[in-house]
Design a protein around this ligand. Sequence first.
Ligand code: ATP
Ligand code: MG
Length: 394
Amino acid sequence: MKRVILIKYGELTTKKGNRNFFIHTLYQNIKNKLKKFDVTIYKDRSRMYIEFLDSDFHFIKEKLDCVFGIHMYHVAYIVDTNIDAIKDMVCQLVQDISFSTFKVETKRSDKSFPVHSQEMNRILGSIVLKNKDGVTVDVHHPELFIKVEVREGHSYIYFNEYHGCGGYPIGSQPKGMLMLSGGIDSPVAGYLAMKRGIPIDCVYFEAIPHTSLEARNKVVELSKKLAKYSDEIHLHVVNFTKIQEEIYKNCHPNYCITIMRRMMYRIMEKLANKYHGLVIINGESIGQVASQTLTSMSVINEVTSMPVIRPVACFDKLEIIDIAKKIDTYNISILPFEDCCTVFVPKHPVINPTLEQALKEESKFEYESLIQNAVDDVNTIVVKEEDSEFSDLL
Ligand code: ATP
Ligand code: MG
């Protein structure tokens, strides 16, 4: 009996004109994720199908669970769209399953198929009752759902469902530049942005020797976790030491964080231009710290006209932590290595900075050339998804 993985697109179904583009992007992403496996993938406007080797299912599932654009998938048995063939197949399949109550749900996509869904449910239900001892129908809480999709040419029968991670396929939007610190918020922001279809490059600002190589490794590890959801990720490491030292030498302590973040945004915009990113993404959350009050954000944001996407802006910390745990970044984020923001935190960072004062503080040192040097000297690390122990065996 032949089985395929049957993929449902979910949110993509709301797309009209550019639906084919979304489906094709998803197709390419799945093909890329499964390139190590012996699979055949084909698609139509409402479903994608993967022929696979049974022994690979566990590993394939692990990959599919990280592909955005998949709403749900099933392992389905294929049969010709023919009433007798469907009846025979259902009858055979239920013999090997143990259950006491069931319900049949038919979806008739092939409108030329002469038997309507309700009638199919009834016919198949009575076949099961007749051929399987001790079972009854329970339409409210069945132990077993027998789902049948009647499509043109082939029909699909399945008993299981796996939830995909939803969203839009990565690559259905242009690239974004994620400011990735070693904290909890920014990996979550990156994940949520990717879920909207945005491929990301990551940018990490370090201030060696004030920050350690362990802090950088933490960010590499976080990038690996994000790479599970996309292809390899480019992590650009910015040497921020000189700029930070100049800020702390010249500016009023209360304004150091505001100025530091304005410098970061300036560098981000230049890096976005250099690496063809269209937006800046970060883990800022309204009110979380002094630099994330709305007043601070507006003074900091003033240095760039590039859109800044803040996926966790309105989440509270517990909501962010929940996602961080789900995507397995939390335990890395809480490792205690300090990054450049925490090393230099002043006692009383300004909560309501003014643009006028920020400009005054900045004018106390020559930053243009420092920024350009930081952009020119950026060190790019290509981070690949960590293969699981199982994939290593392939
Ligand atoms: P996170 O917000 O990721 O938990 P954090 O709380 O230490 O880390 P904040 O001070 O809240 O960071 O900074 C807000 C955002 O600015 C971060 O979410 C991140 O996007 C960006 N950011 C801060 N520090 C860095 C850094 N060293 N490199 C890159 N981006 C940074
Ligand atoms: Mg934060």
